[in-house]
Structure formats: C-alpha cells, structure tokens
Design a binder for this molecule. Structure first.
Ligand code: DGL
Length: 283
C-alpha cells in the first residue's frame, strides 16, 4: 500500500520532495487538484468537499496513509474527515499544522497563510495550546497573502511582478508587529517565494539598522523537513501502518489539470521530470 500526498496544486510538491528525500523507499501518490486551485479563499463547505473527494480518490488508488500537504485543507477539513469520514483501521489522514507548531520556538511569531487558514485561527489555537502547556507566552500575528498562490500556480513567483505582493504582505505583517522573530510559511506553496521573502527580510534588517534600531534575527520556518521528520516518527510509532506500506521507491503524480501543464510546472518545482496522469475528480 502507498502513502498519498495531497494539495490543492503544486505547493504540496515542496513537502513531497522532502518526504521522499528522508523516506525514499516507500511508494507515493501525489494528487494536485490544480484545476480547482486555489482553495485559500473558498468556503469551509467547498474546501471540505474537495478535500474529501481527493482523500476518497487516493484511498481507492491504494493509499493507507494520506498527508494533507496543504495548510488550508489541514485547517478546514482535516478534523471533520478524521472524525466523520474515515475508518482509522483502513485509512489514516494527517495534516501539516500540528507538526509545524511543534517545531516553532520564537516569542513574536508571524504566520503567513491563505485567507482560509488565517480565518480558521488554527495556528493561533495550536500555538496558544503549545505555549500554555510549556507555561510560556508569545505574540502571534497572522497575515493572509491571497495573491501569492495564484502567482505561484501561474509560474510568476520569481518575476519582478511578484515583488510588489511580497512587499505588500510582509510590510503589513511587520506594521502589525515590528518585533517578529519567527516567520511561519503556513502555506505549502510559499517556499517557492523563499528567495524573495529572504531578500525582503534582509533588506528590512538593513533599513532598520540604518535608522539606528536593531531587528532581531528572523527565523523562517519552512514545513517540508518538519513534516518529513514528523512522518518518519509517526511510522516508527505505528507499525500496523508501516508494515503494510510497500517499498518500491515509486511516485505517481495525479492532477485534475491537463497532464502536460502539470509536468511543465512540477518539473520546475522539483527539478526533475515528472509524467503525470490526468484525473477527473468530483465530476
Ligand atoms: N498550498 C496550500 C496551503 O498550504 C493551499 C493554497 C491554496 O490552494 O490556496 O494552504
């Protein structure tokens, strides 16, 4: 049996890539619902229903474990699916928000995410719970970045045009909390914008220094390695699941978009050639 990795589009490839580097022997199926991406501004009902369709599809393709490599789906659909839609003896579905929060330690935390993830308050609730357990305090500030996923899905994330929207959302975030020391990229698409985000943060530190102030070093949290390590731990604790997974080292790519379009973009994101299969989902 296989491990399924699901995202609304290409973002989950940033997670899949790290998972396969750490756990290369398993067999994977990646499903990108590119034809219906972005999910970020959609309602709870729509995100839940699209995510459940993808989960059912991956289950029918032989997945025993599915990672929702999508914060929006993890925030809006994961709990309902876990509680109402699956039999845990046949299928487990895991998300990306809890492992990310467990890996975060700063005191002024900025969360960059889709509108859906921000509105769900999932990061705020999980971080507060974690800090209460540790008897620590932290300031959490969220920023929705609705234009980032469309830029990435259309391959414009490294263009000059993207600079405007990187500056816009990061400026808004820092205006809300100028003391941010930790930046969570709370959307699996956002690592594609990492060069521009790093450049902005570096420029901000320089501008602040020029004014005679100091900006504490900012730690940028990407989810790929965190989710990969968390999956490795999960499998080591759940032998009932690990023992039924196959080890041929394969990966199939499924997309609701045209296969050629997916292959072109996924190839850039993964730095390797992929040959996707077009699927009809929810029709
Ligand atoms: N990559 C997804 C996430 O982590 C979803 C982006 C979208 O479809 O809006 O939130």
């Amino acid at each position: 049996m296989k491990i399924g990795v699901f995202d609304s589009g290409y973002g989950g490839l940033t997670i899949l890539d790290k998972i396969r580097q750490l756990l290369p022997t398993y067999d994977y199926i990646y499903l990108g619902d590119n034809a219906r991406a972005p999910y970020g501004s959609r309602s709870f009902e729509v995100i839940y229903s699209y995510t459940l369709q993808a989960v059912r599809y991956l289950e029918a393709e032989g997945c025993r474990l599915i990672i929702l490599a999508c914060n929006t789906a993890s925030a809006k659909a994961l709990r309902t699916i876990q509680q109402h839609d699956i039999d845990p003896d046949r299928l487990r579905v895991l998300g990306v928000i809890r492992p990310t929060v467990e890996a975060v330690s700063g005191h002024h935390i900025g969360v960059l995410a889709t509108q859906g993830t921000v509105q769900s308050e999932s990061y705020v609730l999980e971080l507060k719970k974690q800090r209460t357990e540790k008897d620590e305090e932290c300031v959490i500030t969220q920023q929705a970045c609705p234009m980032w996923v469309p830029l990435i899905e259309s391959g414009e994330h490294l263009s000059q045009g993207a600079d405007y929207f990187v500056d816009k959302y990061l400026t808004e975030l820092w205006q809300k909390d100028p003391l941010i020391d930790t930046l969570i990229l709370g959307c699996t698409h956002y690592p594609l914008l990492l060069p521009k985000i790093r450049e902005w943060v570096k420029g901000k530190a320089q501008r602040t220094k020029d004014k005679g102030q100091s900006l504490s070093a900012v730690r940028i949290i990407e989810q790929g390695d965190i989710v990969a390590r968390s999956l490795r731990d999960y499998l080591s604790r759940h032998n009932d699941i690990a023992s039924v997974l196959s080890h041929e080292g394969t990966c199939r790519y499924l997309t609701s978009e045209q296969a050629e379009t997916f292959n072109r973009s996924a190839g850039i994101f993964l730095n390797t050639l992929v040959s996707a299969e077009h699927i009809r989902i929810g029709i």
